[in-house]
Each structure stands twice: as structure tokens, then as C-alpha cells.
Ligand binder design. Structure first.
Ligand code: RFL
Ligand code: PHB
Length: 391
């Protein structure tokens, strides 16, 4: 098989890239290890920046997001038992975010691809990358016991943190930066109305909690747990009791509980691999960088990477120019590191760290008090949360 761009991974970055390339008249094939149901079963991000919404519109898949997504104009920070609103819209010159699940974004992209009759190869095993230092790279995989080869002009490695793309780069060409946090998030999805109409980020002596949502009838909640915690140790009741204990009295009284639809623990990590381009291989999204979810930046960074990549490739085919592909890595990384900084800072401010004790808690509370009472500080939070501009 021959295509212009072989895309590894059918998560949001791979599927959005494929759709943006399709709109630019560029041919792509997507190769994914899992089945479509498995991909749709992963419950992850919930908050989209304006830039991500714009890219989904550009890709022609924004209709359902505009109809069913929930525009949010503020968030609440809970500390010392009281909630304080951050007016995202007022502090960011009118910007907002959209609460619309990653699962739904993925579903919309899958449907658009299927409707156009475009090729996605699901359940492709043993994917390998070849000759990306030449002008004729290849991707091989096995399916139903047979080996297949895709010959292409470029490979896009959109296969997440555990994918094969980054692992195929000679280790001496790659510089990685990593920070692992000593805790994880236990998340529950449930068909219960959200406890509040805006997201609540809570700093409490028992640890961090987040109240988020997917719709007016579906909630997504998280509590900080120790790194070694096992999801089997958490009954639904235990989860609801722990979450309630981390809320203010009003929210605790309003919390509606119900059976969990999904329950899982996600570790928290900051990670960046540099550069993001190796000859004719580009890394995008979680394949190149991970942020802890506190800043809601992972999916949004994946979207801005593939926004840059699709314009660079369009420039290459349309204008025979290498300028976009040559500056891809540097452009992405400038934005990535700012999102890394913001996600690290917000994580550090909101979580209990095992080794900082009561002093650490007091310092966090003082910073939060400053944050919600200083226009300068809350403006900085707001402009990062709604998303920094593309450069
Ligand atoms: P994905 O989603 O991991 O998709 C990669 C795809 O590649 C496939 N794959 C392979 N395919 C072929 N061959 C191989 N060898 C392969 N290896 C892997 C995988 O099966 C998969 O389908 O990466 P992508 O597309 O870069 O997207 C990144 C986002 O998924 C991620 O950044 C976000 O989910 C992060 N995140 C959040 N981001 C936000 O912007 N806002 C949020 O509110 C937010 N909340 C979250 C989050 C992530 C979380 N977890 C579980 C880590 C909340 C949580 C709890
Ligand atoms: C979510 O709804 O899953 C979510 C929202 C905000 C975050 C992280 C996750 O910061």
C-alpha cells in the first residue's frame, strides 16, 4: 500500500491529524493497535480550549461539540473549606473552554472518517517503522496473521506515551525530561447530575479532588490517591465518602451518588521528548509529551501539535516548502514547555505531597489566598487555563 502520510495511532491526535490532512487534500492511512470499541472505552480528557474547538471546526467535525458541549466561563478553587470562583472569561478577554469528552471527540472523528470511506486499520499488531531518515519511509504491521507494508512520504507518530514511534528513534538522538509525582488520580464516571455547574478543583488536608462532568446528567470525579493504590480497594461507597469528605459543606450536601460506570487510577507524570522530528518521522501528542491532568492540557497540546503538523505538511505539498516541517519541533516545544510549566505549577499547588508536611499545606493555602484575591495572579491562571495563543 502507498500513501502520503502514515499515521500511527487512532487516538485524538492521529484521527484529528488525518481529518485535517484530508481537508487539505493529503492522503493518509491510520494504523491502530486496538479495536474501535477499546479506543472509545478509554475515559480521559474533558476540557477543550478554544484552539482545539477551532481545529475541530476546521476538520469539519465540530457540529455535535457545539450542540452538546457545555461552554464554561469559570472554575472554582476550593481550599480551607470554602470555594472561590475564577472568572476565566472576564480575566482572559472573553475566552471560554468547552466541556466535551475526549470519547465524544474521538467518536466524531471516527464517524467523519468512516463517512468519507477513509482507511483506518484497527487491531494492527507488531507495528514497526523503517527508513524514516530517507525520503521513502515504510510502516509494517501484521493483521490476521499476515504482514503488510505501507510505503509513504512521512510518518506521524501519534501513538501515545507507550507507543512504538518514540521507541524507534535511536536513543542517542533523543533527550527526555521526566518528573513522576508520588500520587495518582482515582476517577469515577457516573450518571448523576454534577455537584456544581462549574468545575471544582479542591485542595484539602486529605488530598486533591476534582469535580468535573460530561453533561447535565453525567459526572466525572477524581480524588488524589497514593501512587501504589489499587482500584480494587475502592468500592463505589468508599469513593463517594472520600470525595464528600474533601468538599465544602454545601457541595457535600448536594453531592448525588450512584453506581460507577467506570473507575480507574491514572498515574501523574510530566514528560517531554526532544526534538519532535527525526527526518521524516514526526511525534505528536502523548507520544512526545505528557502533562499531569490538573491543568487539562494533554488533549489540547495534542491538538495544537497536529494543527502545526497539518499546516507544515500542507505547505510541503502545496508550495514545495520545507519551512513548516523544519520548524515543527521548535514551534511545538515552545508551547509544550509552557503547558508543562502550568500543569506542574497547578499540580504542585493543589496536591498533598508526602514530604512537605503542614508547612507545605500552609504555603499552598497562602498561595491560593493570594491567587483568588490578586487580579494579576488570577489573570495568569485564567490565561493559561483557557490556553495560550498559538505562536
Ligand atoms: P492517545 O490517546 O494515548 O492515543 C494513542 C493511540 O495510539 C495507539 N497505539 C498504537 N497504535 C499502533 N501501534 C502501536 N504500537 C501503538 N501504541 C499505541 C493507542 O492504542 C491509542 O489509540 O494519545 P493522543 O492521541 O496523543 O492523545 C492524548 C490524550 O489522550 C491525552 O493527552 C489526554 O487524555 C490527557 N488528559 C486530558 N487532556 C486535556 O486536554 N484535558 C483534560 O481534561 C484531560 N484530562 C487526561 C485527562 C488524561 C487522563 N489520563 C487517564 C491519563 C484525565 C485523565 C484521567
Ligand atoms: C475531566 O473532566 O476528565 C477533567 C477535567 C479537568 C481536568 C482534568 C480532567 O483538569
Amino acid at each position: 500500500m502507498r500513501t502520503q502520510v502514515a499515521i500511527i495511532g487512532a487516538g485524538p491526535s492521529g484521527l484529528l491529524l488525518a481529518q485535517l490532512l484530508y481537508k487539505a487534500g493529503i492522503d493518509a492511512v491510520v494504523v491502530e493497535r486496538q479495536s474501535p470499541d477499546y479506543v472509545l472505552g478509554r475515559i480521559r480528557a474533558g476540557v477543550l480550549e478554544q484552539i482545539t474547538m477551532d481545529l475541530l471546526d476546521q476538520a469539519g467535525v465540530g457540529q455535535r461539540m457545539h450542540a452538546e458541549g457545555l461552554p464554561h466561563h469559570g472554575i472554582e478553587l476550593l481550599f480551607k473549606g470554602a470555594r472561590h470562583r475564577i472568572d476565566l472569561q472576564g480575566l482572559s478577554g472573553g475566552k471560554q473552554v468547552m466541556v466535551y469528552g475526549q470519547t465524544e471527540v474521538t467518536r466524531d472523528l471516527m464517524q467523519a472518517r468512516a463517512a468519507e470511506g477513509l482507511t483506518t486499520i484497527y487491531e494492527a499488531r507488531d507495528v514497526t517503522l523503517h527508513d524514516f531518515d530517507s525520503t521513502n519511509p515504510k510502516v509494517r504491521y501484521t493483521k490476521d496473521g499476515q504482514t503488510h507494508e505501507i510505503s509513504c512520504d512521512f510518518i506521524a507518530g501519534c501513538d501515545g506515551y507507550h507507543g512504538v514511534s518514540r521507541a524507534s528513534v535511536p536513543q542517542d538522538k533523543l533527550h527526555t525530561y521526566e518528573k513522576v509525582y508520588p500520587f495518582g488520580w482515582l476517577g469515577v464516571l457516573a450518571d448523576v447530575p454534577p455537584v456544581s455547574h462549574e468545575l471544582i478543583y479542591a485542595n484539602t488536608p486529605r488530598g486533591f479532588a476534582l469535580c468535573s462532568m460530561r453533561s447535565a446528567t453525567r459526572s466525572r470525579y477524581y480524588v488524589q490517591v497514593p501512587m501504589e493504590e489499587k482500584v480494587e480497594n475502592w468500592s463505589d461507597d468508599a469513593f463517594w465518602n472520600e470525595l464528600r469528605s474533601r468538599l465544602d459543606p454545601e457541595a457535600a450536601a448536594n453531592l448525588v451518588t450512584g453506581p460507577s460506570l467506570e473507575k480507574s487510577i491514572a498515574p501523574l507524570r510530566s514528560f517531554v521528548a526532544e526534538p519532535m522530528r527525526f527526518g521524516r518521522l514526526f511525534l505528536a501528542g502523548d507520544a512526545a509529551h505528557i502533562v499531569p491532568p490538573t491543568g487539562a492540557k494533554g488533549l489540547n497540546l495534542a491538538a495544537s501539535d497536529v494543527g502545526y503538523l497539518s499546516s507544515a505538511l500542507a505547505e510541503f505539498y502545496r508550495e514545495k516548502s520545507d519551512v513548516g516541517i523544519d520548524s515543527y519541533s521548535e514551534r511545538c516545544l515552545r508551547r509544550v514547555w509552557k503547558a508543562e510549566r502550568f500543569s506542574w505549577w497547578f499540580t504542585s499547588l493543589m496536591h498533598r505531597f508526602p514530604d512537605t508536611g503542614e508547612f507545605g499545606q500552609k504555603i499552598q493555602e497562602a498561595e491560593l489566598d493570594y491567587l483568588v484575591n490578586s487580579t494579576a495572579a488570577s489573570t495568569s491562571l485564567a490565561e493559561n487555563y483557557v490556553g495560550l495563543p498559538l505562536v
